[in-house]
Each structure stands twice: as structure tokens, then as C-alpha cells.
Design a protein around this ligand. Structure first.
Ligand SMILES: NC(=O)c1ccc[n+]([C@@H]2O[C@H](COP(=O)([O-])OP(=O)(O)OC[C@H]3O[C@@H](n4cnc5c(N)ncnc54)[C@H](O)[C@@H]3O)[C@@H](O)[C@H]2O)c1
Length: 349
């Protein structure tokens, strides 16, 4: 299949590009190269004749039309987005422009292209979204997000992603565009940009800095290894039912404090300090405004209908992630000077 992947220089998009190419797909990577992008993430496939890169901003509709006309993809996997909740609190307008207007542009460019091609039934527009659109759950294991959970976004980021999900469903109902949607829990793994919780903890630990925990650390997230997510996304674009959405989760719920303590224990084993534990560096800081208490995914639909399951536990995935950061210092050092990285963001509200 020829896949047009947006956001393919980001964290999850680059995992999709690498896995898709390893499985024999052709890839057109469309990315504006914002602060969150890193072309090193796809350097290992960049010279392949099956790979093309287009530096295009999804806010630029004319440029998108040209990309569709030039490359004639069989399917779109739309991941390009502003993705950091703390940045959405300080500067929501980029989130509306890219996540809402940019998705609208992608849908229109795809619809016009698909119509000109004779509306092939095999075409897919796969929209990649988040579990954060569903809001916040109580700390009760019997309650999880299903595909039917009503939307209740509570941050500018999640509201912009919820808006984009609604647009995608509307383009299916109104124009018949063959869409599939996925809503996924928190990802972690190699190439995770060093402003997100897990790389911040690993890199601050190694630098002897404080390990910041928002509030009391009781917020619960479900963690999914990024390569398992990429595997699920390729399965959905190939085999998912048109018009259907699939929740993707790691079945790995942890409080933020438990997660950080696990990371510290792994680091204590792999790169021991001269004295004490990395856990001694844990520091509690002001909470994020509107911090959702718990996200938890019920992945029954993708498991039962498409046969997908995560391949690693969170302990296995975190150990692999720590190894990757220990082995790839050049990669993360180059990103630490980017605007806002290493600063506490999202506390102005
Ligand atoms: N990270 C997670 O835990 C998570 C969980 C569920 C869903 N998602 C969704 O998955 C997708 C990818 O997330 P990520 O963590 O890899 O994000 P990321 O921030 O690492 O990467 C986003 C990529 O999109 C590109 N981009 C941003 N604005 C653009 C624009 N206007 N035009 C073209 N390209 C643009 C960036 O340059 C970057 O390469 C997003 O849609 C996000 O909402 C993420």
C-alpha cells in the first residue's frame, strides 16, 4: 500500500513510518517540521526508493492538494498535530489551527482526491486520536473508556482533538469518505520528545536534577509502548471496518508516582548512582490546571474484531526505553535546546 503519513517526523508518526516500511509499504511522510519533529527518527529509511518526504504544513490546503496529486496514496494515516497538553494551556491557538483546521484541510484534500479517483472503496482516511477526548474517569477499575463513551474533553489539546474526530465522522456520514478512527492511551518508547513525562524523568534523573511529579502523583494513565501502537494502527488501516472507531490501550494502568518509581528502579539497576536511589530526586510540583484524574481504555473491540494485543508489559517496555535513552544520548542532547524544553509549561492558567 502507498501510505500518506502526516506527522511522520514526530514520535508516533516516525514509529509508524519505520514499521510500515519494514512491512513493505511505500510511505509519503508529510510533516511541517515543527519544534516537535526530528528527521533523525526516520533517517534509517530516508534513502529508500519506497520513501518520500514532503515538508508541508497541513494548514496549507493548496500544498496538500499538490501532495495528493503528486503521490496518489492508497490510504492516509493522519497523525500530524500539536500534542503537548501543557503547551495547549499556554498557547491554544496553534492547537486549533493545526488539529482542527489542519484536519479539515486534510479531509477536504483527501475527499477531492478520492472523488477524482472515482471514489475507490479501498481508500482509507485513518484519523489517529487520543483517549483524552473522553475526559476524566473516577478511580474505579470497573469503569473504562469504550468507543461509545460520550466525549468530554477538558483541555485545549483534548478539545481540539475531539473537534477533529467529529469532523472525520461528519466527512464519512456526509460525503461517504471511507474513514477509520483510533483513540489511544499514553504512548512511551524510543524517540519520545524530551518534554514528555517519561523522557523528562529519565533525562533529569541522569542529570541529577529534580524529578517533577504534578500534584500528589495519583493521576492514573494507561501506558502503551509506541511500537505496539504503530502495529495496531497498521492493522486498523488495513483491516478496520469503514466508519468504525477503535480504542487502543496497553492494559497497563499506573499512577504517575508508581510509573516514576518504576523508572527509578530500572535506572538504579542499569546506571547505579554512587549513593542512594534516583527515587531520592522525586519532587512534587504544582499540579496542571484541570489535570484529568484517570484515563483507562477498554481495548476489547480491537482485540476481538482485529486480534490485536500489546506485545510488552509496561515494565518490559520501560526497560527497553531506558536502554534506548542510555544508548542514544546524541539524539536527545540535540533536542534539549529547543524552545520550551526543560521549562515548566502550562501553569499560567
Ligand atoms: N503521544 C501520545 O501519547 C498520544 C496518545 C494518543 C494519541 N496521540 C496522537 O498521535 C498523534 C501523534 O502524536 P505524537 O506524540 O507523535 O506527536 P509529536 O508532537 O511527537 O509529533 C507531531 C508531528 O506532527 C508535526 N506537525 C505538527 N503540526 C503540523 C502541521 N501544522 N503540519 C504538518 N505537520 C505538523 C510535527 O512536526 C511533528 O513531527 C497526534 O495526533 C496525537 O494527538 C498521541
Amino acid at each position: 500500500m502507498k501510505l500518506l503519513v502526516t506527522g511522520g517526523a514526530g514520535f508516533i508518526g516516525s514509529a509508524v513510518v519505520r514499521l510500515a516500511m519494514a512491512r513493505g509499504h511505500q510511505v509519503v511522510n508529510v510533516d511541517a517540521l515543527t519544534y516537535a519533529a526530528c528527521l533523525d527518527n526516520v533517517a534509517m529509511v530516508a534513502d529508500s526508493p519506497s520513501y518520500a518526504f514532503e515538508q508541508v504544513d497541513i494548514r496549507d490546503r493548496a500544498a496538500l492538494d499538490a501532495v495528493f496529486a503528486k503521490h496518489k496514496p492508497d490510504a492516509v494515516m493522519h497523525l500530524a498535530a500539536e500534542s503537548h497538553v501543557d503547551r495547549s494551556i499556554d498557547g491554544p491557538s496553534d492547537f486549533i489551527e493545526t488539529n482542527v483546521t489542519g484536519t479539515f484541510n486534510m479531509l477536504e484534500a483527501a475527499r477531492i482526491y478520492w472523488t477524482a479517483q472515482g471514489k475507490p472503496e479501498s481508500f482509507r482516511f485513518h484519523h489517529i486520536s487520543t483517549d483524552e477526548v473522553f475526559g476524566s474517569l473516577p478511580n474505579d477499575p470497573s469503569v473504562q473508556f469504550t468507543e461509545d463513551t460520550p466525549y468530554d474533553p477538558r483541555s485545549p489539546y483534548s478539545a481540539s482533538k475531539a473537534s477533529s474526530d467529529h469532523l472525520v465522522r461528519a466527512w464519512h456520514e456526509t460525503y461517504g469518505l471511507p474513514v477509520v478512527l483510533t483513540n489511544c492511551s499514553n504512548n512511551y518508547g524510543p524517540y519520545h520528545f524530551p518534554e514528555k513525562l517519561i523522557p523528562v524523568i529519565i533525562l533529569n534523573a541522569l542529570a541529577g536534577k529534580a524529578l517533577p511529579i504534578y500534584g500528589d502523583g495519583s493521576n492514573i494513565r494507561d501506558w502503551l509502548y509506541v511500537e505496539d501502537h504503530a502495529d495496531a494502527l497498521l492493522l486498523v488501516v488495513e483491516k478496520g471496518a469503514v466508519g468504525r472507531s477503535y480504542n487502543i490501550g496497553g492494559e497497563n494502568e499506573r499512577t504517575n508516582l508508581e510509573l516514576v518509581k518504576t523508572l527509578c528502579a530500572i535506572l538504579d539497576q542499569k546506571r547505579p548512582k554512587e549513593t542512594g536511589s534516583y527515587a531520592d530526586q522525586i519532587t512534587f510540583v504544582t499540579d496542571r490546571p484541570g489535570h484529568d484524574a484517570r484515563y483507562a481504555i477498554d481495548p476489547s473491540r480491537i482485540r476481538e474484531e482485529l486480534g490485536w494485543r500489546p506485545s510488552v508489559t509496561v515494565e518490559e517496555g520501560l526497560a527497553q526505553t531506558v536502554d534506548w535513552y542510555l544508548d542514544n544520548e546524541r539524539w536527545w542532547r540535540a533536542l534539549q535546546d529547543r524552545h520550551g524544553v526543560g521549562e515548566r509549561l502550562g501553569v499560567k492558567a
